[in-house]
Design a protein around this ligand. Structure first.
Ligand code: CO8
Length: 273
């Protein structure tokens, strides 16, 4: 018995993407940053295409999880420097807002999102990875927030998400110095979850996603909501939110299935209800 699997390339709004690829295989949507000529820099066109892909992956009921990666030697080398070189205050602010909104949308998708960091994740690239739920890095990945070299600050979420992920001390070190760090240093400070060999990056990311998708989907979804919303609340309110959301899981069929399967010593069969 041999299983065949194939990726289906998706068009959105009946148009082909020029900067990214979007493919679905085994309920996983792969969004691949695909403009290696500029190291997948986040131009307005790229951001527009990303937004379409994110909206489609949210809507498409076949998609249960999303993996974001890049082609070539970069995941994403940052915002597009050639595009913003002559921007004034208002244009800069607007550019930041467009990217921030897309990254927040990714962060709050009700499906798990993994960043498979294949190479340079700099500036907006590191910020994109931080908007994902989990980061798996190739041993070739290089991360950093080099905006100080350009006279600006990280503003696709970096000053906020980096401090929340690694603490203000390390965030300030990385942002003030603009230095690049390799994958194992990034793992040491908690910026990435796991480092794998470059050849195994997609396989390992897929493995992690499949493990997540084998669990009760509502429990995964609600735990994401509790973690995301809770981190902006004080502890008492966050614990109240946790209780309320836990109550919702107790109303699900999958909760019954999970507990009965345990007691009956069998594997649960979840149905996302
Ligand atoms: N934007 C535009 N083009 C880029 C970018 C970028 N971020 N990064 C690389 N490229 C282009 C290069 O210009 C080059 O183009 P060309 O072939 O036409 O000369 C091509 O990609 C290949 O790059 P390199 O030749 O530089 O490749 P190397 O292997 O020598 O170096 C590096 C790779 C180290 C990754 C290097 O390209 C680099 O340092 N890139 C810039 C990294 C960076 O500074 N990123 C942060 C950008 S700022 C940001 O993301 C957030 C700012 C928020 C402000 C928003 C508005 C307010």
């Amino acid at each position: 018995h041999k299983e065949y699997s194939y990726k289906v390339t998706i068009k959105v709004n009946s148009r082909d993407f020029s900067r990214i690829k979007m493919e679905i295989e085994d309920n996983i949507c792969y969004i691949t940053m695909n403009f290696p000529k500029s190291l997948n820099a986040l131009s307005s066109i790229t951001l527009e295409e990303m937004l379409d892909a994110v909206i489609e992956s949210e809507k498409n009921s076949e998609v249960q999880g999303i993996i974001i990666t890049g082609t070539g030697k970069a995941f994403v080398a940052g915002a597009d420097i050639s595009q913003m070189k002559d921007y004034g205050a208002e244009e800069g602010r607007k550019y930041a807002k467009v990217a921030q909104d897309i990254f927040s949308k990714i962060e709050n998708l009700e499906k798990p999102v993994i960043a498979a960091i294949n190479g340079y994740a700099l500036g907006g690239g590191c910020e994109l990875a931080m908007a994902c739920d989990i980061r798996i890095a190739s041993d070739k990945a290089i991360l950093g927030q080099p905006e100080v070299n350009l006279g600006v600050i990280p503003c696709f979420g970096g000053t906020q998400r980096l401090s929340r992920l690694v603490g203000t001390g390390k965030a300030k070190e990385l942002i003030f110095t603009g230095k690049f760090i390799n994958a194992s240093e990034a793992e040491k400070i908690g910026l990435v979850n796991q480092v794998v060999s470059d050849e195994e990056l997609l396989e390992e990311s897929k493995k992690m996603m499949k493990l997540i998708l084998s669990k009760a989907p509502l429990a995964v979804k609600y735990s994401k909501i509790a973690i995301n919303r809770g981190q902006d609340l004080d502890l008492n309110n966050a614990l109240e939110l946790e209780r309320d959301i836990a109550g919702l899981t107790f109303a699900s069929e999958d909760k019954k299935e999970g507990m009965y399967a345990f007691l009956e010593k069998r594997e649960p069969v979840f149905n996302n209800k």
